[in-house]
Design a protein around this ligand. Structure first.
Ligand code: UPG
Ligand code: 3PG
Length: 250
């Protein structure tokens, strides 16, 4: 099945302890034009994510221990690749990849706007930008600024929401982003690697709602891990650029 845009699409959802939200997210994603496969990667959840996802109609892969978001995305993309091969899909018959977070619930239906720019060849990577969320987050913008400024200094392009995880990729963009940077560095690194390969990246406004990270100690620990992973992803790419003799656009 392919949508009005003429390309089949696989949705890949990395999920850790998302039993409460994943069912609605899967149903919304599965209803999008062109989507004929929804793969959930249960990244070592301790709750019922796996069974809820199966009941909602997703193909489920599972990490027996938690390996982080990037590894879950990679596992999901490998499942799609195997399906494509098994079904003899090549070239434009191969599915586009649409990465979607598990906590969007019904609003996941909005990610459909990411597909046409990629299916139509205007972009190789389309990234969702989110409106202000219903509840305020507890962050002070440190991670977002680190990622934004890092991407700008290495590529010359300034994203508005550099951490956004809702992303549609062409296969060329997926290949250019391999291997993914670990954990929470995956989005920042992906944007840089896709641009460095000479491919096109766009941001597309999307009316999405997700669980925002709070300001309690858990939230701050989460941000510390995000900061660490984004910092590492940038350090690796700065070193690579220096070795290749590329000057940053600065
Ligand atoms: O070890 C983990 C942790 C999370 N997830 C899943 O990853 C997604 C994003 O996690 P979430 O806790 O909602 O992330 P946020 O704090 O909202 O992080 C923002 O920033 C991240 C980068 O730091 C991006 O990956 C997210 O898409 C973006 O929403 C969700 O589906 C999670 O279930 C995993 O698969 N494995
Ligand atoms: O809450 C958020 O937006 C993310 O966890 C990033 O945190 P930050 O506000 O420190 O950039």
């Amino acid at each position: 099945m392919s949508g009005d845009h003429g390309r089949p699409v696989a949705v890949v959802i990395p999920a850790k302890d998302e039993a409460e939200r994943i069912g609605a997210t899967i149903r919304a994603a599965a209803s999008l034009p062109g989507v004929d496969l929804v793969v959930v990667v249960d990244d070592g959840s301790r709750d019922d994510t796996q069974s809820v996802a199966r009941q909602a109609g997703a193909v489920v892969a599972r990490h027996f221990r938690n390996r982080g978001k990037a590894a879950a995305m990679q596992t999901g993309a490998a499942v799609v690749e195997r399906r494509d091969q098994h079904e003899g899909r090549a070239g434009a018959e191969r599915r586009l990849l649409l990465f979607v977070d598990a906590d969007l619930e019904d609003s996941a239906v909005e990610v459909g706007v990411l597909v046409p720019p990629v299916a139509g060849g205007e972009a190789d990577l389309a990234i969702a930008t989110l409106p202000p969320q219903r509840s305020a987050g507890g962050g002070r913008g440190f991670v977002v600024r680190l990622a934004r400024e890092g991407i700008r200094s290495l590529t010359g392009w300034t994203p508005t929401q550099p951490l956004s995880g809702m992303r549609c990729l062409s296969r060329e963009a997926y290949d250019a982003a391999q291997p993914f940077a670990a954990g929470w560095g995956v989005e920042t690194a992906m944007t840089i690697d896709v641009l460095a390969a000479g491919l096109r990246v766009v941001e597309v406004p999307c009316a999405l709602h997700h669980r925002v990270t709070g300001s309690d100690w858990r939230g701050q620990l989460h941000r510390a891990a995000q900061y660490r992973d984004v910092w590492r992803a940038l350090a690796v790419r700065r070193l690579r650029a220096r070795r290749a003799g590329r000057r940053a656009p600065d």
